[in-house]
Structures are given as C-alpha cells and as structure tokens.
Write a protein of this length. Structure first.
Length: 141
C-alpha cells in the first residue's frame, strides 16, 4: 500500500472513527437522535418483553460506536477493507437518517437535512471506493 493510499484510507475512515469514539464514550449525547427510531423499535421490543429505556439506548449507541471504531480502523489499515466498508455503509444509513430526519422537519429545515444526507452518502461512497481500490484494480488488471 502506497503512502498516498494509506493517507486516503485514513482520511476516509476519520469521520467514522470520530463518530464511533463519541458514541462509545458519550452515548447519552445520542439519545435524542436515537429517539427518532423509538416508534419503530419500541413495539417490536415490547412484544419480546424488553422495555426501550435510556440504558438500552445507551447500550445500542455504545455498540454502534464500537462497530464504527473497529470497522473504521480496519478500513484505515487496509485490513479486510471490503468487509469494513460494507459494515460502515450498512451502519451509516440509519445513523444518517437519525441525524437528519427530514420527514419530521419543515421545508426550511429540510435543506439542511438534504445536505447532511448527501454528506452521509459521500462518506459511504468514500468507504466503498477505498475498499475496492486495490493495487490490481488501479493497474487495470
């Protein structure tokens, strides 16, 4: 892996690593954004006898943060980059929607949400490009 490729992978992984560290170390700060999905998950969990409370939300935020950290570090280091990019991509879609719930906002706020969703899509695209950009592909083989 060239130095430039290593720097590019680290740059692509950096936002995932920062978000993952934040979610893992301060999950209480993510409760409000996670509440967006409460109407969807609360009834399903209730059927299983599980109450959706702050401790469960914090545990989910920590788990997602740790997944972001592991996959982001793997992507940056070039260890199983395709698997890391797939994990980050799948995990980032609901995170992006929780951070930018356009369906709950007025028309004026939706512009900001649209920009946030576009940035999330760019993060996913960057992760996928970093994963598929292997030396054999760059050489045209």
């Amino acid at each position: 892996m060239s130095f430039l490729s290593l720097c590019a992978r680290a740059a692509v992984a950096a936002p995932f690593l920062v978000q993952g560290f934040d979610a893992a170390t301060a999950p209480h700060a993510h409760r409000g954004r996670a509440a967006v999905f409460a109407p969807v998950f609360a009834p399903v969990l209730a059927k299983a006898g599980i109450e959706l409370d702050d401790s469960l939300t914090d545990l989910s935020s920590r788990a997602l943060g740790l997944a972001y950290l592991a996959a982001g570090a793997a992507l940056a280091a070039g260890i199983a980059p395709r698997l890391a990019a797939a994990g980050l991509s799948l995990a980032h879609v609901p995170v992006c929607l929780a951070n930018h719930p356009f369906w709950q906002h007025s028309a004026s706020e939706r512009r900001s949400d649209a920009i946030g969703i576009a940035q999330g899509a760019a993060m996913i695209g960057g992760a996928v490009l970093a994963a598929v950009s292997t030396p054999a592909r760059r050489a045209g083989l």
